[in-house]
Design a binder for this molecule. Structure first.
Ligand code: TMP
Length: 217
């Protein structure tokens, strides 16, 4: 990734993100990671994007309930506004204490895949918008849970919730997202672990946990 990016440096602290399309199983795996981190005696803070602060939750509501199609750049700036506030209020202060772990449900790769690829803003535009502090902070590790379009649509039907702004998009949008995430995993193999998430939840947890062990002292 471009050189204006940095990782958190507090000894023994870890910044993790989980990524994937709708219904890829992020929530289940986040609970497993939380359990592991607590067992290790570390502090854990789990947050979601967009949201995680009072201001961010308002932005989340504004985006996901929008009935008007937003300009991709408008979308992108709203997600970045939520992210900057989350970094300032929650992530950066929490990571200052050694032995702290932040787990994020979506982060920069969501913006790269959704706005950069599927909304066609381009990766370069999204990366450039992240060049200033605090948006230039990268996770130590990102788990990309990869499921195919068919599985995602099937799981969304089973869940049966009302569709939000992105969930009402067509199949082509989702396929672009999947392609985008796979490209990103290829571009940043040192940060992103590409996990085949068509497998059982238990198997996926094993893959993630054994990878995570490398990051603990
Ligand atoms: P979710 O938390 O239920 O996954 O909803 C968040 C939605 O927002 C999801 O469809 C992905 C989308 N999103 C973006 O398009 N860009 C972003 O930068 C982020 C964080 C989320």
């Amino acid at each position: 990734m471009k050189s204006h990016f940095r990782h958190p440096v507090t000894p023994g602290s870890l910044f993790l993100s989980l990524e994937g399309i709708e219904a890829s199983g992020k929530t289940t795996q986040i609970k497993e990671i939380e359990e592991l981190v607590v067992k290790k005696g570390l502090r854990v803070l789990t947050l979601r994007e967009p949201g995680g602060t009072a201001f961010g939750e308002k932005l989340r509501e504004a985006i996901l309930s929008s009935s008007a199609p937003l300009h991709p750049l408008a979308e992108c700036h709203l997600f970045l506004a939520s992210r900057a506030q989350l970094l300032k209020e929650m992530i950066l202060p929490f990571l200052l204490t050694p032995g702290s772990v932040v787990i994020l449900d979506r982060y920069i790769d969501s913006t790269l895949a959704y706005q950069g690829k599927a909304r066609r803003l381009g990766y370069e535009t999204v990366l450039t918008l992240h060049q200033h502090d605090p948006l230039n902070l990268l996770p130590h590790r990102t788990y990309f849970l990869d499921i195919d379009l068919h599985t995602s649509l099937q799981r969304q039907t089973v869940r049966g919730n009302t569709k939000d702004y992105f969930e009402s998009q067509k199949g082509e949008f989702y396929q672009n997202l999947i392609d985008g995430y796979r490209e990103l995993a290829g571009m940043y193999p040192e940060r992103i672990l590409h996990v085949d998430a068509q497998r059982s939840a238990g198997e996926i947890t094993q893959v993630i946990k054994s990878d995570l062990e490398k990051f603990f002292p």
